[in-house]
Design a protein around this ligand. Structure first.
Ligand SMILES: *[C@@H]1O[C@H](CO)[C@@H](O)[C@H](O)[C@H]1NC(C)=O
Length: 315
């Protein structure tokens, strides 16, 4: 340090996960397997939806966007985590850290907005089945996706620019496995009041509003089903909405638990485990939640493999 408080840190150290050294290889294999599953599962969904024209409906196009977002979201943190688990000095350059933070926010928000679009889509499909094709036109669904991208670009940009303004002087150890915004703020030697205020405001807007919209959509769906109870209708609604609701609760449960209910004793272990839940586990489970119990997806898989394999095997 040069003695001036402006001395600039050129890299950060990511402490990673609180894992005993003897378990390191086990966890490395586990995370590698989870990452590969995430990539393959989501990639398969995107390919299936692209190839099968039965699935060119707004619901599946949103799902394909969600898979793309999941794929990117886990690629923001996992490769670096895996690399750092193997290296002696788990460092990340300053610019790399800010970039990681930007894309982390970007894809986390994108996911959250896409879940709102999907909830709205289900709401229209179930509560106004006759008007669904006219309301959910390709134009509206494309506009919704574009709106998600625009909002998330702005949100991630605001936080990254505010972070780039800060000075980091002495401390450069991040007790986390990626460049987490709140961990970075704690290391800064500048005044972080503006950042904290902006985080508070945008966290409210970005997390709470989508969450409320999703809850309201599914609430309206449930009440419209209960008004006209028919065994077939209930089963149909729950088979599509059940999977949506599991994804939503998995994502929001962990994110809200982490950011809106900070632990009293500031335990980093709990924070890291919660962060692992939504950065690693949620993107991995989404494709399975959506496709395993979904007849359309299974049908598409059957059609594509039946079409392709006989030719390739020369039957
Ligand atoms: C995302 O959704 C839009 C609009 O529904 C669609 O045109 C586009 O192909 C989707 N993108 C992906 C990667 O699935």
């Amino acid at each position: 340090m040069t003695g001036r408080n402006q001395s600039i840190i050129s890299e950060f150290l990511l402490l990673g996960l609180p894992i005993q050294p003897e378990h390191k290889n086990l966890f490395y294999a586990l995370f590698l397997a989870m990452y590969l599953t995430t990539i393959l599962g989501n990639f398969l969904i995107i390919i299936l939806i692209r190839l099968d024209s039965h699935l060119h409906t707004p619901m599946y196009l949103f799902l394909s966007n969600l898979s793309f977002s999941d794929l990117c979201f886990s690629s923001v943190t996992m490769p670096k985590l895996l690399q750092n688990m193997q290296s002696q000095v788990p460092s990340i350059p300053y610019a790399g850290c800010l970039t990681q933070m930007y894309f982390f926010l970007f894809f986390a928000d994108l996911e959250s907005f896409l879940l709102v679009a999907m909830a709205y889509d289900r709401y229209v499909a179930i509560c106004f089945p006759l008007h669904y094709p006219t309301i959910m036109s390709p134009k509206l669904s494309l506009s919704l996706v574009m709106l998600c991208w625009v909002l998330t670009t702005f949100h991630a940009l605001i936080h990254s620019l505010l972070m780039a303004r800060l000075c980091f002087c002495a401390e450069n150890v991040i007790p986390h496995f990626f460049c987490d915004m709140s961990a970075l703020l704690k290391l800064s030697c500048s005044d972080t009041h503006v950042n904290e205020l902006v985080i508070l405001i945008t966290a409210g807007l970005i997390l709470v509003i989508p969450f409320v919209l999703i809850v309201v959509s599914y609430g309206l769906i449930v009440s419209s089903i209960l008004k006209v109870p028919s065994a077939g209708g209930i089963q149909k609604a729950f088979s599509t909405c059940g999977s949506h609701l599991s994804v939503v609760s998995l994502f929001y449960g962990t994110v809200i638990g982490l950011y809106l209910c900070p632990s009293a004793n500031n335990s980093t272990v709990k924070d890291t485990v919660m962060a692992l839940m939504y950065t690693v586990v949620t993107p991995m489970l989404n494709p399975f939640i959506y496709s395993l119990r979904n007849r359309d997806m299974k049908g598409a898989m059957g059609r594509i493999f039946k079409k392709k394999i006989p030719f390739s095997l020369g039957w």
